[in-house]
Design a protein around this ligand. Sequence first.
Ligand SMILES: *Cc1c(COP(=O)(O)O)cnc(C)c1O
Length: 400
Amino acid sequence: MKSPDIFQATREKFTLPEGVLYLDGNSLGPLVKAVPGRVAQMLEGEWGRYLIGGWNLAGWVDMPARVGDRVARLIGAAPGTVVMGDTLSIKVYQALASALALRPDRRVILSDRNNFPTDLYMAQGLIASLDKGHELKVAAPEAVADLIDESVAVVMLTEVDYRTGRLYDMAQITAKAHAVGALVIWDLAHSAGAIAVDLAGTDADFAVGCTYKYLNGGPGAPAFIYVAPRLADLARPALSGWFGHAAPFAFEPDYRPALGIERMRVGTPPVLALGTLDAALDVWDGISMADIRARSIELSEAFIATVEAGCPDLELASPRDPQARGSQVSYLFEDGYAVIQALIDEGVIGDYRAPGIMRFGFTPLYLSHEDVQRAAAILVDIITSRRWDQDRYKIKGKVT
Ligand SMILES: *Cc1c(COP(=O)(O)O)cnc(C)c1O
């Protein structure tokens, strides 16, 4: 049974090149049609007209919180608990530094050895800077929960694994961490706009994420950070920039953190990028994450069924149970890179993540059942005909 097509209208709000089936919105969402006009208006109608006055007259100064409230709705967070800015790597660092400071007697950061590398790298850099003997302990995803004990200061996990789409049980891990006095940081890079997230309901401590994937904010779009209201005035900002100060324009010599989530701001906000994201978020008005999730599961199940029928030996790298994976499906194939290049050549855009993972993202806002069936059929055809096995499909670019 297909759910009714509430997504017909959203599909028309995206610009996608003719003939392209885009299954890579999990890496970079496509352009929302309303964005260029909105950005042009910001450039000429705000910057061009108001000059420095735009900070007040066009409300630029409040954009990180205002746009943060729009993202908050999509991740089950209350208004006033999310703020935008910087990159996700920076937001990981901030959340981790604040969390460690809240657990001064503990030394272990527990994570997943398959976590996205930048999350682990930022932890390693922070540990070195602090020089207090912290340890980054990583484990296989199935083993993480059992390692949560009184030594752990922070459990730092990405809810949806970027390679396999494997999904953590946020409520269960968070409860387990809290039971032993540990804090939890959830990276929602592959969750925000992809699956229903309930930060408030699961009582998460910190969350971070990017907006250029499922939220379609554009290349380099600003990241977000969430701090639970009960911690927001206790969390000490490690990156104590002037925009997170209680009174930035008092120009005091000493840092005093702002109240609440505003303290997680650092420097001057990326106004144009926030405007791009703000316009892109209009697409979500009236859309519930429950509807997105239901359709995403239909699409991914249909994709798997078609691929499995045509290529029964192709190894699914994602959990079989749709409830146990995010909004992507991955296959393990040694020459996956060449297969993806051949697919792109034939208008189906997915991506490749070393080693051997072919990834396909499912984004109901702009992908229909027909699109997904067609993409799956082309994948099957490329693999069964071995059309991928050509030298030109094996040349790697700087970004894969
Ligand atoms: C995409 C992604 C990032 C990217 O971080 P940037 O600082 O935005 O480059 C980080 N962590 C995870 C889990 C991701 O999926």
